[in-house]
Write a protein that binds this ligand. Sequence first.
Ligand code: MRU
Length: 344
Amino acid sequence: MLDTIRLDDAASEAVIIDQTLLPAEVRELRLRTPEDFYDAILRLAVRGAPAIGIAAAYGIYLSVKDLDTEDFGEFRKALMRNHEYLNSSRPTAVNLRWALDRMKDVLDQSSGLPVGKVKELLKSESESIAREDAEMCESIGKHALGLLHPGMGVLTHCNAGRLATGGIGTATAGVYLAEREGYGLRVYCDETRPLLQGARLTAFELSASGVDTTLICDNMASYIMSEGLIDIVFTGCDRVAANGDAANKIGTLSVAVNARHYGIPFYICAPSSTIDLACPTGKNIPIEERDAAEVTTMWYKDSMAPDNIKVRNPAFDVTPAELITGIITEKGILHPPYQETLLL
Ligand code: MRU
C-alpha cells in the first residue's frame, strides 16, 4: 500500500493518496500551496485526525519554503497567515491545531536565526510529526493487542486505520499486530454514513491486508452485537475533552450506546495529539456540519430524497466518558475517572 501522506524526495510537494477516489482508484495527489492543502483537507482527500495534522504541518513548511525574504518579521507574518488559514479547514479534530501549533512553536523559538535555518527547522519538525505519529500508532497497537484473543470479533466505525494516520492506524493498530501473530480476528466495519469511510476505506485497507473483514450498514451493528459476534469495539477519535468525553465520526455514539446495552467493551484509540485538556467537556467540542448533498445525492445516480428536504449533516458526535471502557493512547490504557487519568 502507498503511504497515506509523505513529503516527496525533493521536499517540494506533499504526496497523498486521494481518498475521495478509493477504493475504485488508487491515485496520488500532489499538494504544494496552502490552497491545495486546505482544499484536500476540506474535501477529505486527506482525512482522519492524525493525517490531517501531518498534512497541516507539511502545508505550513511548504507555504514558506520558497518565500524570498531574509526578514524574520515578514517570514513570521506569512507563516501565521497560513497557520490561521489551514486551521480553519476543519473544526473538530484537535490534531490539526496541535500540529500547526508545533510548527508555530518552532518559529517562536527561532527568532534571531537566519530565515534559511528556520526553514530547515520547520521541515524537520513536520517530518518529526509524521514519524512520531507512526510510532504512536505502533504503541497504541501494542496496548490494544493485550485486549485481544484469537478468533475475537471486533467492531470498528469510520476509518481510523492506515489511511487516517502516518502509521498502522489507531483503531486498527491492535488488529494489524494481532494478524501478524496469526490471531484470525473477525473484523466488522460499519459503512459509516454519509461519507462511507468504513466501506470505502476501512474495508479496503483491512481486506487488502488479509484481515477477515465484514462490511455492515451502520444500523446493523446492534443486531450483529445481539448475535454475540462482537467481543470488543475499537474506534478512533478526533478530540478527547479533559473529562474523557470523545468526539468521533457521526454514529460512534450509537455504537457506544449499543455496546453498553450488550455488555461489550468500548475502547477509544487515540494518540496524545488528540487529547485536548483545554477543552473541559464534550459540549465544548465544535462539531463540523457538512453539505446536505453528502446525505442526499453524493452516492446516488438520482437524489434519494425529496428535493428541498431539510437535511442535517453533522460529521461527528460526542460519546460521553461514562460509555467509554478505556482510552488507548501510546502511553497505555486509561480508565475512568478520566479527569484524573488523562493528566498522568
Ligand atoms: O471525517 P473524517 O473521515 O476525517 O473522520 C475520521 C474519524 O472520525 C476518525 O475516526 C478519527 O479522525 C480518528 S483517525 C485515527
